[in-house]
Design a protein around this ligand. Structure first.
Ligand code: FEO
Ligand code: CA
Ligand code: CA
Ligand code: CA
Length: 677
């Protein structure tokens, strides 16, 4: 295999110690400032955020739970400039809410309704995405967001969207809003993202299922009005809440912006009620941040699931375009979409960016991954005619696919049918832009979802958590897998893979625990966000930095969530794979045989820790690598207005009072150099 030179050979910054401080901590020689926060106004007319629960107008404020982000460069004249490191658009997902801090004394009747309409509207509009202009005001990395920029935009669960690709016009997408199934309203639970080289963002709808009311049983159930096929699909996707996450459908049911979250089949047909409303969600959505008037397009060819992220593979002229995707739930799968069209580098510079997206993202083949025990893998096509019926499960009958649209709406069922490998919660994918290798975070799993005899080569760990109650079993600290396509071709149907890294607390000993040899400077748990630094960053750096972000429940007694920098090797750099009996899972030596190169403080180091009760998610840099943007999501999420548990970001600026707010920080090196090197 190809040997990759690691240059630089070692990380030289001083590791940030594990800590429980209520601020963002970065290494000596680095500085951190807050760039944007929940509620910041993004037009001239919206007042400053008071942060006492009284603020409204979230359609013109930055939303809650900032997740993945990406920086799109602008030149001085306001045109797209991929090389600009002084002015750009920061596009960020707003995944979910700390609803307790959005209202003066917390939400009213949030568990079962009736919800006050003003509260529900605020919560709905705090979801989606924000597009916000940012600029270096002095040329010395003094970043501010531009409140009155004409580029600023909120995309919310009410923004008009087009349904594109094979599912467009399907009866499964027929709604009161769009009786012919060609249009949709909004996007929700946007988690990770993807960047398309033609200058657009892919945003991914993850845990959409929970927002809808559809009683699976009992008095409110619509089971009698559903076919057996529909019930199988609904249960597979987990649409079974008797209220929906925030009971939005209970607020003014006469208004369809609220009523639409009640997905029960109560009318005579799909266009008389909101039974198909949920089918508008669970997609990858393409957005053109440079055109505030553009209508986002839902790319149904990429399948419908709990989409975590959608990262493009390496673009090679004449090869097809591949998109790698995780479906984040326990025992879900990893997917790849391959375009029909071959990549034409001239398309990167077209100004009809969403039309370029049509070319590469509306027609192609969706595959799901099977990881074999010998270190090989197979991409299994999800194509109507070749996908077998999904076998009966328990009392649910066999599911017979009707057409390709059915396979794309019910992608999980199709993946079940072809024998894909269930994984330990697939989160972000990342591309090593030099090698073309794809990395995938598998954040964790537990015993109830994957019993001890459910291990396999790609999900090999099952052990008793050594600390705490001792009852947490499974793979509580997660791992990171990586793969290399056959022939380095995006359209390959086979690949090689290995496990790059296993999470662990370095003080824990025992079989299958600290397999990668982590130490106090780099131990971590539950990897989630994952991103390689930009290819052009910087000259001479052959093997780019990998940034790893955590979203953890098993390690937060010891440290707040964190971000690490890594200089990884390549698939196959660890020991030979000699997996013989992974199910037994009793031998550390056996597990270690398929670990990647052991971690050292030279190739993996903790770069940043967050404030209390936050998740670190969302990372990008300017093209020159000298400004790092990092998302701080839901600090103080376990508190409430009467018991505030974090004061971030105020605490970052020396004022440890007030309600916590999600935000984005800027990290720079005091010498002005490339961050992380
Ligand atoms: Fe939204 Fe799977 O994290
Ligand atoms: Ca995530
Ligand atoms: Ca997560
Ligand atoms: Ca989260």
């Amino acid at each position: 295999s190809t040997v990759i030179t690691v240059n630089p050979a070692a990380l030289t910054f001083s590791a940030v110690p594990k800590n429980l401080d209520d601020i963002v901590t970065v290494p000596a020689g680095y500085s951190v400032t807050v760039l944007t926060r929940l509620g910041d106004p993004i037009d001239a007319a919206t007042p400053d955020y008071v942060n006492d629960g009284s603020d409204a107008n979230f359609a013109t404020r930055i939303g809650d739970h900032g997740d993945a982000l990406y920086y799109f460069g602008l030149d001085a004249g306001g045109s797209r400039d991929d090389n600009s490191s002084v002015r750009g658009l920061l596009v960020q997902n707003h995944e979910n809410l700390n609803e307790q801090y959005l209202h003066p004394a917390g939400p009213t009747n949030v568990s079962d309704g009736p919800r006050p309409a003003a509260e529900a509207l605020k919560e709905i509009e705090a979801h989606g995405l924000s597009v916000v202009e940012v600029q270096d005001t002095t040329g010395a990395r003094d970043w501010e967001y531009v409140q009155n920029s004409a580029f600023n935009r909120r995309i919310t669960p009410m923004t008009p969207m087009a349904i594109n690709g094979p599912v467009r016009g399907s009866a499964m997408l027929a709604t009161q809003y769009s009786t012919n199934g060609t249009d949709g309203r909004g996007t929700i639970n946007n988690c990770a993202n993807g960047y398309a080289a033609w200058g657009t963002l892919l945003t991914c709808e993850e845990n959409w299922a929970g927002y809808f009311r559809r009683d699976d049983d009992g008095p409110g159930s619509d089971n009698a009005n559903r076919t057996a096929r529909e019930l199988t699909a609904l249960r597979r996707y987990g649409v079974r809440s008797s209220t929906g996450n925030y009971a939005w459908s209970s607020a003014e049911p006469s208004q369809d912006i609220f009523r639409r979250w009640d997905a029960r089949a109560t009318g005579a047909s799909a266009t008389d009620d909101y039974r198909n409303e949920m089918n508008q969600f669970g997609w990858v959505v393409e957005i053109d941040p440079y055109d505030p008037a553009s209508t986002p397009r839902k790319r149904t060819a990429l399948g419908r699931m709990g989409h975590e992220g959608a990262w493009l593979g390496k673009l090679v002229s004449g090869q097809k375009v591949a998109v790698y995707m995780g479906d984040d739930s326990r025992r879900e799968y990893m997917y790849k979409f391959v375009s029909d069209a071959a990549w034409d580098p001239a398309d990167a510079h077209r100004t009809d960016r969403l039309a370029v997206g049509d070319k590469y993202l509306d027609s192609g083949t969706l595959y799901v991954a099977r990881f074999n025990a010998d270190g090989s893998g197979t991409w299994l096509p999800l194509v109507f005619g070749s996908v077998p019926n999904r076998p009966a499960v328990g009392s649910e009958p066999e599911y017979v696919f009707a057409d390709q649209a059915d396979i794309l709406v019910n992608t999980r069922l199709a993946a079940d049918a072809v024998g894909a490998t269930p994984m330990d919660r697939p989160e972000w994918t990342a591309l090593n832009p030099v090698t073309g290798e794809i990395y995938l975070t598998l954040t964790n799993n537990n015993a109830s979802n994957r019993p001890i005899d459910g291990t396999d080569a790609a999900n090999p760990r099952h052990y008793v958590e050594p600390r705490g109650s001792g009852t947490t079993t499974g793979n509580p600290n997660g791992h990171i897998l990586r793969l290399r396509e056959g022939g380095d071709n995006s359209a390959a149907t086979s690949f090689l893979w290995d496990i790059y890294l296993f999470g662990a607390d370095s003080i824990d000993a025992g079989a299958s625990v600290n397999i990668s040899g982590l130490d106090a400077d780099n131990d971590f748990s539950s990897p989630d966000g994952l991103w390689f630094s930009r290819e052009q960053n910087p000259a001479g750096q052959i093997n780019p930095l990998l940034w790893i972000q955590t979203d953890d429940g098993a390690f937060t007694d010891r440290t707040n969530n964190q971000m690490l920098a890594a200089l990884p090797g390549f698939v196959g750099d660890g020991e030979a794979k000699t997996i013989t009996n992974v199910a037994a899972d009793t031998s550390t030596a056996q597990q270690a045989t398929f670990a990647g190169q052991p971690a050292t403080s030279a190739n993996l180091k903790r770069f940043l820790t967050g404030p209390l009760e936050c998740e670190i998610t969302g990372v990008d840099t300017t093209p020159d690598g000298r400004t790092l943007f990092v998302g701080i999501q839901h600090p103080g999420e376990n508190g409430d207005p009467a018991n505030i548990t974090s004061n971030w970001p105020q605490s970052q600026e020396g004022n440890a009072t007030g309600r916590p707010r999600s935000g984005v920080v800027v990290v720079t090196k005091d010498t002005g150099g490339v961050v992380g090197l």
